[in-house]
Design a protein around this ligand. Structure first.
Ligand code: SF4
Length: 320
């Protein structure tokens, strides 16, 4: 399998089966908190990065071989920004014809100013765009977007999408200590969110290894203030305590590599996920991961995280 992974447990989406439409790491933003490391190089090219028929064949295979109830959501996310793939709309519509399982798209929302991208995402059951700032200056400091992707375009794209979209619009806000957690920045963000009118606001904290080592989550008081300012539909998304569902027990290492390429995992989470294995098997798995050349360990606040070896974490190099 090249384009599908998981399912991985998610607070919002239960057992979420991932679909990855772009090579590692293809993004038009270079967020300071990105768990996949820096976007090198940054790109805003919309194209068919991978053949859509191949992706669909893998999805069909997983649906054919999964037990009922094994997958809660099918989620377009992965190694970068999924709307950069020009066939995402076609794929969402095909998946909707194959299954009753709901479809989500985790996107930065930067291309929603394009009418064709709004049309592409219209068939999804939930769209989860990101909004971390209420003004251009803070947006540029946090998201470091491709030059022409201005804050006005982001805001107007989100408002235009909401106007016609009748699915679930869940906006993700990543709060960073010293950047967007001040009263002033939160009020500016709240003003824009009121214009967008999302169904929910999911506050996320940068707990996994960020592309810039100085990134920290806000303290408790700032978090409380954020919930108060962002309003009733805002709530904090705590890390899930569910373990990774290892569907294919014959190739555990490959399954884990497929996940950590899109979603770095803390070593404790990884060991918990391998709970049905013996201590010897767990040790062998970690050893095989280290030797595969496809994974790296990044230390973050005293925890060891497993991530793709291709991820760029320049500030972390002396910790590894
Ligand atoms: S967090 Fe998402 S939008 Fe930001 S750089 Fe990473 S993949 Fe791109």
């Amino acid at each position: 399998m090249n384009f599908v992974y998981g399912p991985i447990p998610s607070r919002q989406l239960g057992q979420s089966f991932g679909i990855d439409l772009v090579p590692f790491k293809t993004c038009n933003w270079n967020c300071v908190y990105c768990q996949l490391g820096r976007s090198v190089p940054l790109t805003n090219q919309r194209q068919a990065y991978v053949p859509r028929e191949d992706v669909l064949a893998e999805i069909q295979h997983v649906l054919d071989t999964s037990a009922s109830g094994e997958i809660d959501w099918i989620t377009f996310a992965g190694s970068g920004e999924p709307t950069l793939h020009s066939d995402i709309g076609w794929l969402i519509r095909q998946v909707k014809m194959l299954t009753n399982c709901p479809v989500a798209v985790i996107t930065n929302g930067s291309l929603l100013h394009l009418s064709e991208v709004r049309r592409d995402l219209a068939a999804a059951d939930a769209v989860m765009p990101t909004l971390n700032a209420g003004n251009e200056a803070m947006y540029r400091r946090i998201c470091r977007p491709w030059a022409i992707l201005t804050f006005d375009r982001l805001r107007e794209g989100l408002i235009a999408f909401r106007r016609k979209y009748d699915g679930l619009l869940w906006v993700e806000v990543v709060l960073i200590k010293g950047l967007n957690d001040s009263t002033e920045e939160l009020q500016s963000l709240a003003t824009v969110l009121q214009q967008i009118k999302p169904d929910q606001i999911h506050i996320n904290l940068p707990l996994r290894p960020p592309s810039e080592a100085w990134v920290q989550p806000p303290n408790k008081d700032a978090l409380q203030q954020a919930i108060a300012i962002l309003g009733d539909v805002a709530h904090v998304i705590p890390p899930t305590t569910e373990s990774l569902h290892l569907v294919d027990k014959t190739s555990v290492v490959k399954t884990i590599i497929d996940v950590i390429k899109r979603h770095p995992m803390c070593e404790d989470e990884l060991i918990y996920s391998l709970g049905q294995c013996s201590l010897e098997q767990i040790e062998q798995t970690l050893e095989a991961l280290a030797e595969s050349g496809q994974a790296q360990v990044v230390n973050r606040d005293g925890s060891r995280f497993w991530s793709a070896s291709a991820a760029h974490y320049p500030e972390h190099t002396n910790y590894v």
